[in-house]
Design a protein around this ligand. Structure first.
Ligand SMILES: NC(=O)c1ccc[n+]([C@@H]2O[C@H](COP(=O)([O-])OP(=O)(O)OC[C@H]3O[C@@H](n4cnc5c(N)ncnc54)[C@H](O)[C@@H]3O)[C@@H](O)[C@H]2O)c1
Length: 297
């Protein structure tokens, strides 16, 4: 572990430590969840969190590090990472189904839906998490980066939901959809405007779907994280080690934590998928170390 990561980890521990709670009740036994972008990062943590609650899990990922040429600074996940995520998820004694698919490919997602239904049933729970981030100024045209982010973050998310809805409807027992947006769906961002635009668009998608699917008792919500300790944020590089408290303040966090562990986001997603949230729909759950204190209501 690099020094920078050690510092972040130290700052993270006190806040993120789960009390010595015993194994959580397996409230999702009998349910099937699909998590996209599940090979690593937030998606992997979510697959494990939902599995701990007893759900069977389909883990979908592009699993091809170089599949999106416009991506700069970091790579997509590999097949080995998807296999490792599946292994860790299966440790929770539930059924798993790894799926290699690109969420830009609607036909591949329909095929994935058929496999999920045939092998696991469902899905009842859908976590649309896969996404990419490419930095750059909006004033500087970067058409490939713009298109790639629109295609993955926005169209890919809609593709996923459209492919899984028929199966959810057939299950007919109150599906849950959670879309992973970002704190950047809450503000304008210098140097990340295209990414922010796709995340704002996802908020609109989430709210409209909540209105559309509510009569079928399917809830649709978003979880909006601040910076999370994943390859997307680290981009393989190690900046000079910042003091974690100062880094947190710089990031606008009220809490003294600059970067969140993915498990914190997974727990919020699991809440929205669980028995505590059947009547929550059309909303964004911010997981941002108190950044919300500076945002308008
Ligand atoms: N890391 C952060 O700081 C942060 C903050 C806010 C929001 N988010 C959002 O969280 C989500 C997960 O990001 P992460 O931080 O875990 O990043 P990550 O890069 O570690 O994980 C993203 C996963 O999605 C997969 N993926 C990307 N494009 C895909 C495609 N077209 N089809 C299928 N799979 C694809 C990748 O292979 C990877 O496994 C993203 O939507 C991201 O925008 C991340």
């Amino acid at each position: 572990m690099t020094e920078r990561r050690q510092l972040f980890a130290a700052a993270t521990l006190a806040l993120a430590a789960t009390p010595a709670a015993a194994q959580p009740a397996r409230q999702l036994t009998g349910r099937t969840a699909l998590v996209t972008g599940a090979a690593r990062g937030i998606g992997r943590a979510t697959a494990i969190a939902l599995a701990r609650l007893g759900a069977d899990i389909a883990l979908l990922d592009i699993a091809e590090p170089e599949a999106i040429p416009a991506l700069r600074g970091y790579r997509l996940a590999s097949r080995a990472e998807l296999a490792e995520a599946t292994r860790l998820t299966a440790e929770q004694q539930i059924r798993t189904l790894p799926l290699v698919a690109d969420i830009r490919d609607a036909a591949a997602l329909r095929a994935a839906a058929q496999r999920i239904e045939a092998e696991l049933g469902g899905p009842d729970l859908l976590v649309a998490n896969a996404g990419i981030a490419i930095n750059g100024a909006l004033a500087e045209p970067a058409p490939e980066a713009w298109q790639a982010m629109l295609d993955v973050n926005l169209t890919g998310t809609l593709n996923t939901i459209q492919a899984m809805l028929p199966g959810m409807r057939r299950r007919g027992r109150g599906g849950r959809i959670v879309i992973v947006t970002s704190v950047q769906a809450r503000m304008g961002v210098n140097g990340s405007g295209a990414y922010a635009a796709t995340k704002w668009a996802l908020t609109g998608l989430m709210k409209s779907l909540a209105a559309e699917l509510g009569p079928e008792e399917i809830t649709v919500n978003a979880v909006a994280p601040t910076a999370v300790e994943t390859p997307m944020v680290h981009r393989g590089g190690d900046a000079p080690q910042p003091d974690p408290r100062r880094a947190a303040a710089f990031a606008g966090h009220a809490l003294p934590i600059p970067v969140l562990p993915p498990e914190q986001i997974a727990d919020a997603i699991a809440f929205l998928c669980g028995p505590g949230a059947p009547t929550i729909s059309g909303t964004t759950l911010d997981v941002n170390a108190g950044r919300s204190a500076q945002l308008t209501a």
